[in-house]
Ligand binder design. Structure first.
Ligand code: PMP
Length: 754
């Protein structure tokens, strides 16, 4: 090496030190003539063309001198590369100037430094504006954002299911938001790797840049996206930091609105490239601590990024570039428009209704770009827009959607996996499209099987919006607009260990309630078709039936020829943590189970599960057909939900986080006696607020908390006969940090109000 450096470059007294390199062998060289970087490559025509293209590129950047950019040094023949024959084949030698200084990664970051970072990259890009190069343009790199699809197969190598979910989410966003538009944006040759170890600073300004090995011809905006990505590692207030860079860039090389529209997703794109490449490296070197540590900032940033709504990011980017931010629609106008076509019998939540624009996992985004923590909605059971569910819909809807009069695999496959979650006696499933359709069908099954008509229903129970659903829903037929119960309905007083006549949670209490009901039923000569109840009565105020109750009631109802129905629309699919189904809490097995809400994570599916003999009785010559029930798309969605619950251990998470939630609430209760009762299981919790020891309901406080929470960007709701019970039934990916946020805001309100 010394000989070559002397012969071709006239360097004397050479010493060298090896540096990291990917394609070439790299050395830091010291000599009497100064410091240099030497790169040695295998000689191939392709390599040679690439090096010459890169060398050409660097020469375009004429505003930087060799102290600030690694400039190629000509050999004494005036050539930019030196080809040397050696025993082990031809090599290409390339000498570059050595850029001294502190790396951006090592410096303290300030707004003015970030502004100069934007400016610096814009100047580089401007100097490449008219540069064309066949060598660079023919590169096809995984690190070029327009080639994100090359990264996609690596997703499967991400071991952690929550991390994989994040990456899959952003791939879906890419398909929808970036893919159709990226190629129509301004294209240019760019540096393509403005990371904090490639940029040098001096006096709070970016002054130098190295490594053009990733340069590609791609969308110009990718330069800014990549630069911002690395600059945001380890930061809070991400959009503010990004704004400084955008301002600097835009002032030097004006951006276009369409470019900023994609920037949020492009930053995510760079992050998923980074973490997918790490996952690939980890597969190759499973014990490398270095990879695990170096990927951490990217994961952290992805987790922060997903909580920022795309609209908030876009508004902030527009503002930084001085573009007017898109107008949001007036709430009043939106409400009026809705009222003109939708009956006012459909309610809107919160004193100030929220105009929702998007959601992901346990977060929802409104049209202004605000992020809400969803501590309330139980339908997006495995998380809003879970990528597995979204992909199930996309893939199957693009293939086949038909009805149960044809054979297709998904129906039996889903039927089998769903039934595998039940004891053997529950062996048949009917698919429908809602909880209401399911409970309606459940009553028909009960009546057809028993030949009886009367239904025993739970006080405060709710089972659906069909005529039958209302008939069996005490919560509906006794409240405003209700016509009272009809003669075939027998009401069971709610076995409520907090407010009811028997207090406590012992089996004795449950049995006392059961005994009273049995006595009441003994006095009735109605022919009982069945008994229906939720295991935790939602509209009753999240009241779990006192233990021991169902055992005796089921036994009695069966002795009267009736069947027992458990409405698991709210309690099912692992939400209760310890139990997959609510009836398991009471050591009983129902004859019919009603399913809905979480089953499709928002996709409209419901089901009735029952025994062979009840299903046989129903097959009396009249066909059962549901146009949509059990269609292939719904079945694929149902399968996806079940596998996500298992893979992401969401039942376990419901137990863990639910217990933490309950404990945290209990410590608040010890400070604030207005919290009368904390009840429920897993992530199905009720917090009953009272005024005094005589349990007078504190409806006012409950409503205040609900509305103030929505202003603080937390979604929660109230329920119960007095609307005095705060209910929280969040997506099962809810975590302890989310709980802390709820508890913190709750404690602030309680400290002020009581
Ligand atoms: N049963 C219960 C326990 C419910 O909570 C609901 C919905 N709130 C239903 C049945 C009806 O389900 P859907 O709204 O899907 O018709």
């Amino acid at each position: 090496m010394e000989q070559i450096l002397f012969r071709y470059y006239g360097l004397t007294n050479v010493s060298h030190q090896s540096m990291e390199g990917y394609i070439s062998l790299n050395f830091r060289v010291k000599s009497d003539q100064g410091k240099y970087v030497l790169k040695i490559y295998e000689h191939t025509e392709k390599e040679k063309a690439e090096i010459l293209a890169e060398t050409n590129l660097i020469q375009q950047i004429s505003h930087l001198d060799e102290q600030n950019i690694s400039k190629p040094i000509r050999n004494n023949l005036g050539e930019l590369i030196t080809i040397v024959s050696a025993d082990n084949g031809k090599k290409i030698y390339r000498l570059l100037s050595y850029v001294e200084g502190t790396f951006l990664a090592e410096a303290e970051h300030t707004p003015s430094l970030f502004n100069s970072l934007g400016k610096f990259m814009a100047q580089i890009d401007r100097s490449l504006l008219n540069f064309r190069s066949a060598g660079i343009e023919s590169r096809r790199l995984e690190w070029d954002l327009q080639n994100l699809n090359l990264i996609r197969p690596l997703v499967d190598q991400i071991q952690d299911v929550n991390q994989r979910k994040l990456v899959e989410h952003f791939f879906i966003q890419w398909d929808t938001n970036v893919f159709p538009k990226l190629s129509s944006l301004r294209q240019s040759i760019i540096h393509n790797d403005g990371n904090d170890w490639n940029l040098l600073i001096s006096n709070d300004q970016i002054t130098g840049i190295i490594d053009f090995g990733d340069s590609v011809y791609t969308a110009l905006i990718n330069e800014l996206a990549i630069t911002i990505t690395y600059a945001l590692f380890g930061k809070e207030n991400l959009l503010d930091w990004a704004s400084h860079i955008i301002k600097g860039y835009h002032a030097t090389y004006p951006l276009e609105r369409e470019e900023l529209d994609l920037l949020y997703y492009l930053i995510a794109g760079r992050l998923i490239t980074t973490v997918c490449k790490s996952a690939q490296q980890k597969t190759l070197q499973p014990n490398s601590e270095y990879i695990t540590i170096s990927e951490q900032p990217a994961w952290r940033l992805l987790e922060q990024w997903v909580q920022i709504s795309p609209a908030a990011a876009k508004n902030s980017f527009y503002k930084a570039a001085g573009f007017p931010t898109p107008q949001t629609q007036e709430l009043e106008a939106l409400i009026n428009r809705r009222r003109s076509v939708i009956s006012s019998s459909l309610s809107l939540s919160y004193a100030r209704p929220i105009h929702m624009a998007g959601a992901v996992f346990q977060y929802m985004f409104d049209q202004n770009g605000d992020t809400y923590l969803d501590a309330y909605n139980n339908i997006p059971h495995v998380g809003h827009q879970h990528p597995r569910v979204v992909n199930a819909i996309r893939n199957q809807a693009g293939k086949l959607n038909t009805n149960t009069r044809y054979l297709y695999d998904a129906l039996a496959e889903y039927g089998e996996s769903l039934l595998s979650k039940f004891p053997p006696s529950l062996s048949k499933v009917f698919f429908v499209n809602s909880g209401s359709a399911a409970s309606d069908l459940a009553i028909r099954l009960a009546q057809t099987h028993t030949g009886n008509k009367a239904m025993v229903v739970m006080e405060h129970g709710y089972h659906g919006n069909t005529r039958m659903g209302i008939d069996i829903s005490h919560y509906k037929y006794t409240s405003k607009g209700g016509k009272g119960k009809n003669s075939d309905i027998i009401e069971a007083p709610i076995p409520d260990g907090y407010r009811g006549i028997y207090k406590g949670n012992s089996t004795e209490t449950g049995k006392s309630y059961a005994k009273d009901l049995i006595q009441q039923l003994n006095e009735s000569d109605n022919k009982i078709a069945g008994f229906i109840s939720e295991p935790i009565v939602g509209c009753g105020g999240q009241v779990p039936l006192t233990p021991g109750y169902l055992e005796d009631v089921y036994q009695y109802v069966r002795s009267r020829g009736g069947v027992c129905i458990s409405d698991e629309v709210q309690t099912g699919f692992g939400r209760l943590g310890q139990f997959f189904w609510g009836y398991e809490m009471q050591q009983v097995v129902p004859d019919i189970v009603v399913l809905g809400k979480p089953m499709g994570n928002g996709h409209p599916i419901g089901a009735v599960i029952t025994t062979d003999s009840i299903a046989d009785s129903f097959d009396n010559g009249m066909e059962f057909f549901s146009s949509f029930g059990g269609n292939p798309v719904s079945c694929e969605v149902g399968k996806a939900v079940l596998s996500v619950i298992k893979e992401e251990k969401l039942q376990e998470n419901a137990l863990l986080v639910g217990n933490y939630f309950k404990e945290s609430l209990k410590s608040l209760q010890s400070r604030f006696p207005v919290i009368g009762d904390i009840r429920g299981h897993g992530l199905f919790l009720g917090i009953e607020l009272i005024k005094d020891d005589s349990l007078n309901p504190n409806t006012k406080l409950a409503q205040l908390i609900k509305n103030e929470f929505s202003e603080k960007n937390i979604l929660i709701s109230t329920d119960g006969p007095f609307d005095s019970v705060i209910k929280s039934k969040p997506p099962l990916c809810f975590n302890k940090d989310n709980v802390d946020q709820v508890i913190y805001e709750l404690s602030l309100i309680l400290e002020r109000e009581v």
